[in-house]
Each structure stands twice: as C-alpha cells, then as structure tokens.
Write a protein that binds this ligand. Structure first.
Ligand code: UDP
Length: 140
C-alpha cells in the first residue's frame, strides 16, 4: 500500500460556483483525507511561480490571469495512491473529454476554466505541497 500526498487546487471558477463542499465530498468519498487547506487570493507572482513549467506555452498568460481572477481553495490530500486517485476524480484537462461523473465533467465549463488542479506525479506533488504549505506538510 502506497500512502501518498498530493496537491489540489479548487480554481476560481469552482469557488465562484460555490461547490467547494461538493468537491471535498468527492475527495472524502474516494478515501482521500484533507491534511492541509487554505483559501487564498493568488498574486500574479504566486500563480506564475506555480505554473512556471508552462511559462513558454501560448496559454500561460491567460492561465495566470484566470488563476488570479478570484479566490482559490488549496489543499493537500492524503491517501492510498492519492496522486492517481485525485487525477481520476478530476477527469481530463478538457471538460468536454472528461469521463462522466468526474469533477471536471460535472463542474467545469472549458479547458481554461476547468475547476481543479491536481499534481501529476510524485515529484510535482512534493514541489507543489512545499510551494503552498512548506516542508512540514509533506508528512512522515
Ligand atoms: N490549459 C489551458 N489551455 C490548454 C492547456 C492547458 O488553459 O490548451 C490550462 C488548464 O487550466 C490546465 C492547466 O493549463 O488545467 C495546466 O495544464 P496541464 O496540461 O498540466 O493539465 P492538468 O494537469 O491541469 O490536467
């Protein structure tokens, strides 16, 4: 059994829709535990730093503008295979391609306003958890 932690963000579109609780229920029903959480209004520098890997992509400027357009809810999730499990719950990046019953299929409108972020692997999960919560949130 691999107990992992992953970084999740409920993006401004989903916070505006008032579905934080519904999304949290999906995490909990799937066996993921919220071990750190905070609501934040990201600054431009914080959003740019978080998405630095995408800085050369054509959508980068719009992505940063979107992520700073309103409050986000940031959490670290813990559970068995938490990284992959959260990605399954989220669904595909483009909500039009996301499987029925996934968070993006149910709550997202478009590829740029797609409701949630989730770390895509162990290295990014560690980096992203430390980015928002510091080393202590990495767990044992
Ligand atoms: N994104 C976008 N346009 C694109 C591709 C991605 O606006 O053509 C945004 C989208 O919000 C996505 C984020 O950039 O969630 C990061 O992209 P990634 O490919 O890492 O997708 P994710 O891991 O979020 O599914």
């Amino acid at each position: 059994m691999t107990v992992e932690r992953t970084l999740s963000i409920i993006k401004p579109d989903a916070v505006a829709k008032n579905v934080i609780g519904k999304i949290y229920s999906r995490f909990e029903d799937a066996g993921l535990r919220i071990v750190a959480a905070r609501m934040a209004q990201l600054s431009q520098a914080e959003a740019e730093g978080f998405y630095a890997v995408h800085s050369e992509r054509p959508f980068f400027k719009d992505l940063v503008a979107f992520m700073t357009s309103g409050p986000v809810m940031i959490q670290a999730l813990e559970g068995e295979n938490a990284i992959a499990r959260n990605r399954e719950l989220m669904g595909a990046t483009n909500p039009q391609e996301a499987a029925p019953g996934t968070i993006r299929a149910d709550f997202a409108e478009s590829i740029d306003a797609n409701a949630v972020h989730g770390s895509d692997g162990p290295d990014t999960a560690r980096t992203e958890i430390v980015y928002f919560f510091g080393e202590d949130a990495l767990g044992a």
